[in-house]
Design a protein around this ligand. Structure first.
Ligand code: MN
Length: 708
């Protein structure tokens, strides 16, 4: 490391993998940064420039492009010096200015607590990262150098930074497939959070290594010989599990250090997938594999694209040995992950694997974008980054890895968006289960689909994957938009009729002009605005009114008033109409609709006392025609006053049920005047059925009054 901690060292490093690059930009960034930070010192008393230089050097180690390394040199300039974004833009271009700004903390005065400030800064960075992935890679390098030099900070800061690293940055590095970074961040955090345990494990691992060194060397040379005999290419190395990994294993399986068998393992790198399996076969033919310890991450890669075969065997002298077998390419992915691809090799072309990481990041950020609270955002991200998993099977026997708590709906969306949208049910091991069923290890899951179904808003209450959440929300949004368009058209047509204007206006240039004048980009946007209640149809028609519109067509016969039927809400899905909970209207009542922003039409009874207040905004009131339908009931509310006598409630309930009317909710109280007050919420077809019921109740003995 030290030899690179000079500008020349850095330039040399970059030249080693990017010989043709013009490094002038790097040099300018270095000199600018050194100048800007010249009066500052790091915690240990060395000139501040050592920090950005070290960050840049880490970025060069992972072979990042020159722009990233320059941004690494400049990453603290806006935050810690008088440099402005405009200045960076002028000197280094908007790309670098964007990255540096994204890494600049928001001013502390805006937040109540430190935690809140951190969460908000993290959110800002993640959002920026979804636009340019290099933001997170530079943040990683920054964090890594800070962790490597943590000993110079006061203890409370050490603890805070180490826990944040362990909770967020290490899991994120893991999820993005950068294996080496994850292990280094974990071990560095571990060292500061639990120093005693760290020291103890370090001692024990060293001792184990000493004890096993000879044995491991023996096994390696034996394997190498066998590989040669079989003509299988393979490089065999010993590998030591990192300390935090050992600690986690002990915690999770409740075992002592002595019971951890894979502290030292062997790794074999070969050239092809086929040879991975051939080598596995060779090992299993030499020694007995331990059941349950074979894992095929080549057939079923981990969500961070990790691929390898793992197996543990009873090796020579009866000692357990763990093997990891993978190709060189798989090894590169396991170590470098997203960073292995983020090089401007061919003018920023991103390969398929890299785009998987990126789309995961975008999915993650997309859904959380609208979460107003930064702390919630942070929690959601944590939950998504460190998922525990279950393995389930498709009916064809394919294995799927799903996060713990995932439901058949999550699985359906992981197969394909359309499978998710059309999902109506699921069979687990042949039995029908509810869609909210939580998948268990080993379940065989069959998704039942129907062409005529779409997702329901309720699904959002139980799905756990970002993918499912995003897709469901997108579908609902599109659906609501379609319904708003339909409703908007109807409302506008009704308004035109009210003013005796021609329906042909709906397709005219005039209405497009009116839409534009009202700030809409298209007619569809106009319909949506009206359908959602953001704009009244009256406002739109007013724009069209200037006498002209009416005068131009004087000979067209006016529609007779009788034909002005008003708006029918028939056929509009229940997403867009709601019945008011103040008056519980049912089909057959005299009705009025009220367009509510974002909710479509709320239906009230004409005699609802609330309507008067709402009617002040006359423009939003619509007439509705509501037909009873065979398969949908409406909720109605009944107040019943009775004499306070045992059994009367039971009789009432029995009467209602005998008419095949469902009681949804019931509340009963008795008053001091020895009266019973009962409120029912029931499901009825229409006002006729309801009237019949009211009549029957009023005939019962002991009933004083029935009303809606
Ligand atoms: Mn920094």
């Amino acid at each position: 490391m030290p030899e690179s901690l000079s500008l020349n060292g850095l330039l040399e490093k970059v030249r080693s993998y990017s010989p043709e690059k013009d490094l002038g930009l790097l040099k300018r960034a270095y000199h600018f940064s050194r100048e800007a930070h010249c009066s500052q010192k790091r915690g240990e008393g060395s000139p501040y420039i050592k920090h950005p230089l070290a960050v840049a050097s880490i970025l060069a180690d992972i072979k990042m492009d020159v722009a990233s390394i320059s941004a690494g040199l400049l990453h603290d300039t806006i935050e810690d010096t008088r440099t402005t974004m405009e200045e960076l833009k002028d000197l280094f271009g908007s790309e670098i200015a964007f990255i540096v700004t994204s890494l600049t903390k928001l001013s502390k005065v805006e937040f109540r607590t430190k935690k809140e400030a951190q969460a908000e800064n993290f959110r800002k960075m993640l959002l920026a990262m979804s636009e340019d992935v290099r933001v997170i890679l530079i943040k990683f390098a920054d964090r890594l150098h800070n962790m490597r030099t943590l000993q110079f900070l006061p203890e409370n800061k050490q603890q805070r930074i180490a826990s944040e690293t362990l909770e967020i940055y290490a899991p994120l590095a893991n999820r993005l497939g950068i294996g080496w970074l994850r292990t280094e961040l974990e071990d560095l955090s571990f060292k500061y959070i639990m120093p005693d345990l760290y020291d103890e494990l370090q001692r024990k691992v060293a001792k184990r290594k000493e004890e096993q060194e000879g044995y491991i060397r023996e096994v390696i040379s034996l394997i190498e010989q066998k590989l040669r005999e079989q003509g299988l290419p393979g490089k065999v190395t010993g590998r030591i599990k990192h300390l935090y990994g050992i600690y986690q294993k002990m915690q999770k399986q409740r075992i002592t250090f002595d019971q951890v068998h894979d502290v030292i393992g062997l790794r074999i790198l070969t050239d092809s997938k086929a040879n991975c399996y051939a080598i596995l076969g060779l090992i299993h033919s030499l020694w007995t594999p331990i059941p349950g310890r074979f894992k095929d991450y080549i057939g079923v890669p981990k969500s961070n694209l990790y691929q390898s075969l793992h197996t543990t065997v009873i090796g020579p002298k009866g000692e357990r040995v763990e093997f990891q077998i993978r190709t060189e390419e798989m090894h590169r992915i396991a170590e470098e992950g997203i960073a292995s691809h983020w090089k401007y090799k061919e003018s920023g072309i991103i390969d398929e694997k890299s785009s998987k990481y990126i789309s995961w990041l975008r999915d993650l950020v997309q859904v959380q974008k609208d979460v107003p609270d930064a702390m919630d955002f942070l929690e959601a991200v944590k939950g998504e980054v460190v998922p525990e998993v279950v393995y389930v099977f498709t009916p064809k026997g394919e294995i799927k890895e799903m996060p713990l708590g995932a439901t058949p709906v999550d699985l359906a969306y992981s197969i394909h968006t359309q499978v998710g949208h059309r999902c109506v049910g699921a069979k687990i091991n042949g039995k029908i289960v509810p869609l909210r069923y939580k998948l268990r290890n080993g379940d065989t899951v069959e998704i039942i689909t129907s062409q005529t179904h779409g997702p329901s808003r309720d699904w959002l209450k139980f799905v756990v994957t970002q993918r499912a959440k995003t897709r469901i929300k997108q579908w609902i949004k599109a659906e609501e938009r379609a319904q708003s368009v339909e409703l908007g058209i109807r409302l506008l047509e009704a308004e035109l009729r009210k003013h005796n204007m021609s329906n042909a206006l709906m397709k005219s240039d005039e209405i497009l002009g009116a839409a534009r004048a009202l700030g809409m980009n298209s007619l569809e946007d106009l319909y949506v605005a009206v359908g959602f209640g953001k704009m009244s149809p009256h406002q739109v028609v007013n724009r069209l009114m200037p006498e002209k519109a009416v005068e131009e067509e004087p000979v067209r016969p006016r529609r007779p008033v009788k034909e002005q039927k008003g708006v029918s809400i028939k056929g509009i899905d229940n997403v867009l109409y709601h019945t008011a909970k103040c008056c519980y209207p049912v089909p057959g009542d005299a009705l009025a609709g009220f367009v509510t922003i974002g909710k479509g039409v709320t239906i009230h009874r004409k005699d609802c006392p609330n309507l008067e207040r709402l009617a002040l905004e006359e423009a939003r009131l619509v007439d509705v025609d509501w037909q009873a339908s065979a398969d949908a009931n409406a909720y109605a509310r009944l107040f019943v006053e009775t004499v306070d006598r045992p059994g009367i409630l039971a009789n009432l309930s029995a009467l209602i049920s005998s008419l095949n009317i469902n009681i949804n909710h019931l509340e009963a109280t008795s008053t001091q005047e020895k009266q019973g007050h009962i409120t029912f919420i029931i499901e009825v077809k229409d006002s006729t059925q309801l009237k019949g019921l009211i009549h029957k109740i009023s005939q019962m003995e002991g009933i004083l009054r029935v009303k809606r």
